[in-house]
Design a protein. Sequence first.
Length: 353
Amino acid sequence: MKILVIQHKMIGDVLVSSIICDNLRKAYPNAEIDYLVNNNTVDILKGNPNINNIVIFDGNKQKSIWELLKFAIKIRKDNYDLVIDAYSKLQSWVVSFLSGAKQKISYRKKGRAFIYTDTVPFAESPETYLGLAIERRLSLLEPLKLIFDKETTPKLYLSTDEIKKANEAFIEHKIDSSRKTIMISLLGSEEIKTYPLDFMSKVVDYIGTNYNVNILFNYFPKQLEQARKVYNSCSLETQSKIYFDLFGDSLRDYMGLMNNCELIIGNDGGAINMAKALGKSSFIIFSPWIEKKIWATFEDGINHTSVHLKDFLPEIFEGKTEKELKGKALEYYNLFEPNLLLTNLKKFLDTKV
């Protein structure tokens, strides 16, 4: 049996959708399970024993219909028996339609039913603490009528060498092993997903002046200037607890470092999802235009919790569409002052540090 799971775009999406592969492996231990993703997300899938092949679709070619058709024809030649489309947009519609698979599963969307043999409702509200991002992926398995307890938690797999490298980095930078280490998800994938840096500085400073912890910043070399801005705005006491020069040059490096931390605090995004997949606790600050009910996964108020401007100023969200909120994201971020969330952050940290 040959199975293809499709999930384009971002790290968080690809990581969460990997639970489909995990459950398929449980159901069909001898199947060939391939996972179609964009080339920028491959690193988070390395070492996953439930995926036979990673099929890469170059994100730079996504806007070319001709390239997409050539890619879809190539997929057709692989003779898949089952296709599960977790992305369900133009690129995956074309690939699914031309795949030739006997069974094709995706979400129920108007005018797209002819592409698939089975469709499932696109849930609008979560029914459990798992969150919509997880629940929607699991719903794609329903047509298969699998009778076992489903795997619900995405996982990352580090090699022995990667774990050793991270351990050596902690030793080299003289991380105080008597204190817990907090990773700060400093920057989102774009400006409208990034808590204002002057506000983030105050959040970091609150942590550094009130808790005896080690603090790491998650940033890439190209983001050095922004990271330095946050660091310079912190008090000397907080700066003494920040190991500024210890950061990951790659996703795999970040995973290794995150594996040595106890918790993560900051912007929603790939860094948070990777931390959760490593079993770490999280405190998320959501962008005003992102729906918390989708990505507040495993939220139990203890190990995982989050804040959204809507929690504090619900009136400004009444009657607003996602498009309107996205257009005003930076304006609304300026309303999301640190004093609004520090009580929630204290409650979280008091149980963890």
